[in-house]
Design a protein around this ligand. Structure first.
Ligand SMILES: NC(=O)c1ccc[n+]([C@@H]2O[C@H](COP(=O)([O-])OP(=O)(O)OC[C@H]3O[C@@H](n4cnc5c(N)ncnc54)[C@H](OP(=O)(O)O)[C@@H]3O)[C@@H](O)[C@H]2O)c1
Length: 329
């Protein structure tokens, strides 16, 4: 198939609020070794896109400066050395950037087949959150069946994914969210208890349960010392973001005396090989959860690509539960 040489996309014109996202025209990407080009059906919207837009999360040196870390669509071009996919295959993929566009290139090892029974819109929501949750809660955090798992931001794209994956693994899930309605949504997804953090204390909630064996946190700031208090002896804290800031005073004697582990990671700057390993684990463990009906992405809303401004405003209003997508095709 002969591809057009240019495509519609959305760019970040300058650091700022949602209004700095503007439609633009760009060359269609050329696939490098081991890469596929995807004609994008839907692009997932993630909080890191908003951080990039605001100027506080620069893309890695060799990545597209266009926003967009995940997409679903059809393979339309193969780079040299591609072995798994063929032209016409439907995939969803983790992207180094560039998802807010009609076409995007990414390593084929970061693409996965669309799970049976999911729409293309749902599939676009999977890569960024599944890779992040699996690599941090399971590969890094070592989450196991029966453990008490506390995930903050339970109604977020990450949170709704973490609740379901942890339940499917047999963990006991506790969560926090910013309203009673969001808490009800988290409990409907399988959380044993969801706490409205505006009126309740998650440290007390976890103490009543014997302490959290694993905490997945995106809030940071004042949550850091409180997370330490909420952990059980030998508990693990995995930090994936710092919505309330990365700097805090912490008494590390508590970490030593109760043999705690504090770690964390961010997905985007990791090597292609590391992301390929995560992709293989996600396909081996999370795709069967989807097939078994134990996990399905929670969809909040859908916007056309040229309304990316409204999609970002929706996300930053924090009124959403689950994932927001852009319809591109
Ligand atoms: N490490 C990684 O590789 C990685 C990858 C992807 C995402 N992330 C991070 O994971 C987080 C969730 O991402 P997402 O795409 O799922 O975003 P999202 O759906 O927008 O979720 C953000 C959640 O954080 C809560 N929140 C916002 N501001 C807060 C604050 N100041 N204090 C406490 N809670 C706050 C909101 O819930 P309430 O309204 O209930 O407060 C919202 O549900 C983001 O911080 C993102 O940067 C990290």
């Amino acid at each position: 198939m002969e591809l057009s040489h240019t495509m519609r996309a959305v760019e970040i014109t300058e650091p700022g609020g949602p209004e700095v996202l503007k439609p633009c025209t760009r060359p269609v990407p050329v696939p490098g070794h081991g890469q596929i080009v995807i004609r994008v059906a839907y692009a997932g919207v993630n909080r890191p896109d908003a951080l990039q837009r605001a100027g506080s999360y620069a893309p890695p040196a060799n990545a597209s400066p266009l926003p967009g870390l995940e997409a679903s669509g059809t393979v339309v071009e193969l780079g040299p050395g591609v072995t798994r996919y063929s032209i016409g295959d439907k995939v969803c993929a983790l992207l180094p950037g560039g998802g807010y566009a009609e076409y995007v290139a990414t390593p084929e090892a970061h693409a996965l087949p669309i799970p049976d029974g999911l729409t293309m819109a749902e599939a676009a929501c999977l890569p960024e959150t599944c890779f992040t949750v699996w690599s941090n809660a399971v590969m890094r955090g070592g989450l196991k069946a029966g453990e008490r798992f506390l995930v903050h931001g339970g109604s977020s794209g990450i949170g709704t994914t973490a609740i379901q994956i942890a339940r499917a693994l047999g963990a006991r899930v506790f969560t926090t969210a910013g309203s009673d309605e969001k808490c009800a949504a988290c409990e409907a997804l399988g959380a044993e208890k969801a706490l409205n953090y505006r009126s309740g204390d998650f440290v007390a909630m976890m103490h009543d349960e014997g302490g959290a064996q694993l905490i997945l946190d995106m809030v940071g700031g004042p949550y850091l010392p409180r997370n330490v208090k909420a952990l059980a002896t030998e508990g693990r804290l995995v930090q994936i973001a710092f919505l309330q800031g990365p700097k805090v005073e912490l008494n590390f004697a508590e970490v030593m005396m109760r043999r705690l582990t504090i770690t964390g990671s961010t997905l985007r700057p990791q090597s292609d090989l590391a992301k390929s390993r995560i992709a293989a684990e996600v396909e081996a463990h999370v795709w069967p959860m989807i097939a078994a009906g134990k996990f399905r992405p929670v969809m909040d809303s859908e916007f056309p690509l040229d309304q990316a401004v409204a999609a970002h405003a929706r996300m930053e209003s924090s009124g959403h539960v689950g994932k927001i997508v852009l319809k591109v095709e």
